[in-house]
Write a protein that binds this ligand. Structure first.
Ligand SMILES: NC(=O)c1ccc[n+]([C@@H]2O[C@H](COP(=O)([O-])OP(=O)(O)OC[C@H]3O[C@@H](n4cnc5c(N)ncnc54)[C@H](OP(=O)(O)O)[C@@H]3O)[C@@H](O)[C@H]2O)c1
Length: 263
């Protein structure tokens, strides 16, 4: 049984990916987030819940993360780590001044992802064959947005991290890629839309409709649709899977954004 680690697994995209991967033979999912209650709720709804495990840890705390991955609960000694979905993140704006969220957003989104990848590396080294690391960046790595300089910087920085580690790690069989979602219907997106609605004096539904109307596909992506893309990148990682692992796909960004940015 091989392990795939998912951060931010207690809700939204991470929860949908956990749910989907649990349906694959030979995959044990290690769910990581801060709120144990949320992680346990996701785990209990997964296919064969007893096979999977949840770890409550803040990804921005490197030492705590390293210690958590070494625990018996993590089980990485018995179940080789073959995939990492570094997806934890926080959203929202930031403004220069006393309540500036710059440090928080960079610490969780950028440093937290770096911590996740670096803390996972020794475990990836111990497993055989090609391994996959996938980082959740954003369509906001593709263009700027007023009032969100920290979020945009964190998600753009992740593309630099992915390219650098792809060069460093791919020769050892560890592929490193990013996914850049556009609007995905999760709590984070709903909070952003609510803030935009408040600023414009619109209702949530009016603002959501306005945002969707400018997308070429005319609607947001669902978490379950995002999970299909992640599942694709993790092709062949279960024990006994005969499909080839994606061994030449590395250093790339997969843009799943309803057509809002076309590279
Ligand atoms: N939804 C969108 O439209 C969209 C678009 C582009 C990119 N993204 C990115 O997609 C990823 C997932 O977001 P989502 O939309 O699924 O929103 P979400 O439901 O808010 O998920 C974010 C998850 O990250 C976890 N998390 C936050 N800070 C953490 C920390 N310090 N340590 C460990 N876990 C932490 C949260 O759980 P805890 O609070 O329990 O820790 C939560 O489960 C994020 O990186 C986000 O930036 C989202």
């Amino acid at each position: 049984m091989n392990s795939i680690l998912i951060t931010g697994a207690g809700s939204g995209i991470g929860a949908a990916v956990a749910q989907r991967l649990s349906q694959r033979e030979g995959i044990r999912v290690l769910l990581v987030g801060r709120r144990m209650e949320a992680l346990e709720k996701v785990r209990s709804a997964m296919h064969r819940p007893a096979m999977h495990a949840a770890l409550s840890v803040d990804v921005s705390d490197a030492q705590a993360l390293v210690a958590a991955l070494e625990t018996k609960t993590a089980g990485l000694g018995r179940h080789p780590l073959v995939g990492v979905f570094a997806n934890a993140g926080i959203g929202g704006g930031n403004q220069w001044g006393e309540d500036d969220r710059w440090e928080d957003i960079i610490r969780v989104n950028l440093t937290g992802t770096y911590n996740t990848l670096m803390a996972s590396r020794p475990f990836l080294d111990r497993s055989k064959g090609v391994k996959q690391v996938l980082v959740t960046s954003s369509v906001l790595a593709r263009f700027g947005v007023s009032g969100q300089s920290a979020y945009v910087t964190s998600k753009t920085g992740l593309l630099g991290l992915v390219r650098s580690l792809a060069v460093e790690w791919s020769p050892q069989g560890i592929m490193v890629n990013a996914v850049c979602p556009g609007w995905v219907d999760t709590d984070m997106a709903r909070n952003s839309i609510q803030s935009m609605a408040d600023a414009q004096g619109l209702s949530f539904e009016e603002c959501k409709a306005q945002q969707e109307a400018i997308l070429p596909s005319l609607r947001m992506t669902t978490p379950a649709e995002m999970a299909q893309w992640v599942d694709f990148v993790f092709t062949g990682l279960g024990e006994g899977e005969v499909e080839p692992r994606l061994a030449t796909f590395t250093g790339q960004a997969l843009d799943v954004n309803s057509g809002s940015w076309m590279g």
